[in-house]
Design a protein around this ligand. Sequence first.
Ligand code: SF4
Length: 348
Amino acid sequence: MKAVLSMSISADLLKWYDQHHRRLPWRANPGEKPTPYHVWISEIMLQQTTVPTVIDYFNRFIQKWPSIKHLATASLDDVLHAWQGLGYYSRARNLHKCAQVIASDYGGEIPKEEKELIKLPGIGPYTAAAISAIAYDIPAPVVDGNIERILSRLYTLDTPPKQVKNKLTAYMNTLVPKKRPGDFVQSLMDLGSSVCTPNNPICVTCPIQPYCQAHSKNTVNKYPVKPEKKEKPTKHAYVFLLFNNENKVLLEKRPAKGLLGGMIGFPTSKWSTTEPCVKDLKSSTGKNLVITQNKIKHTFTHFHLFLTIVTGETKKHPSGFYAHPNEYVEFAIPTLMKKVWEKFKAAE
Ligand code: SF4
């Protein structure tokens, strides 16, 4: 790609950004210095979650833990609790671990360089580039979902973006200007959210329309090319609502590693690709068990999960604890478990 063309695209985008940038709580205005801590928290929250949802979480989080030092000394349970509802809880666990590493090994300062950032818990190549560019104004080739879409259309890429990551990074390397690289990256993010949207992009107002190959060929709807869809597998399990004689329900803390690690929930049988059976009931710590007709479906990134609710009474339980459902708000309960309780209450 010709350098002059890249410079024109960058210049036009920055001009557009100066007038149309979104105001977001973690973001500095054009020309101002951002707070690296805010950029990092927002980037982690924005993985898998939309901007409107993140705003409230971000504000509450920063109010509670205004600096890395505060976050590093918080308890993991408190952090998971503040994360409740955002999903993908490994992000919260890594965030907490990362704050501790930055506090102890980096004097509380988030590193600037991608190669250093990428060593930290929960920071992959995309997040490292985003922090480097947005927080420190270093020209780094950031490629998120919005940017993938824009580049696919701009250069009519005939392969699904995830399969040509190196190519996209190379395009970004030629586009990111030496001056204001952070604003440039954010201009693409904003363009993707308000103009070059997944459906019905508003090409008529787009500042890079003169350079866009998909627009000039009238093939915008073809891009980005979609990968072949793979069917998600389905898993099944029993979920046990086991009451004690005070009508409290047994809860347990899930193992620290794995899906919903460290979160509080009702016990379940093993999640398996086959329907649960009598042997799965035997492994429970309950008695007088009744398999109900109530099932809930929950979809994770890689599979669907069907949980069948089983009610009963508890036997002695070594590691769990009992709580009245009204107390659930005190714990880091994932959405999946809330769905179970709501389904049970609705069927009562
Ligand atoms: S012209 Fe249309 S398709 Fe091309 S980048 Fe702009 S909004 Fe996207």
